[in-house]
Design a protein around this ligand. Structure first.
Ligand SMILES: [Zn+2]
Length: 106
């Protein structure tokens, strides 16, 4: 995962490639990831939408929704163990894609 970067619109424009999907993380403290999220098409817009709520972001582009889901699961479970997540609901697999969480099988 790439980051942490300071979550400001200009920083997002500089750091994140155009029109790619993948996962991103958000935090107020760079050592404590609060949110692990996935987006199908536009990481840049998804991250920018949170700039007033969080101070830092990370991201990892993905080549497919399945790859994004698997990455999200790994990071989600790691952060869940560390106890830093604000949203503790397990990620949902992408629609119309046969895949399971590699950690817990969801
Ligand atoms: Zn899981």
């Amino acid at each position: 995962m790439r980051g942490p970067y300071l979550l400001r619109p200009l920083q997002v424009d500089i750091s994140v490639p155009e029109r790619v999907g993948g996962i991103y993380c958000l935090a107020k403290n760079p050592r404590q990831i609060a949110v692990v999220a996935r987006v199908e098409r536009n990481l840049k817009d998804a991250i920018k939408a949170h700039w007033k709520e969080y101070e830092f972001f990370w991201y990892e582009p993905a080549l497919s929704p399945k790859e994004a889901y698997v990455n999200q699961c790994y990071i989600f479970h790691r952060c869940l163990e560390q106890g830093t997540l604000e949203i503790k609901d397990h990620p949902h697999p992408p629609e119309k894609v046969e895949t399971k969480c590699p950690i817990c099988g969801v």
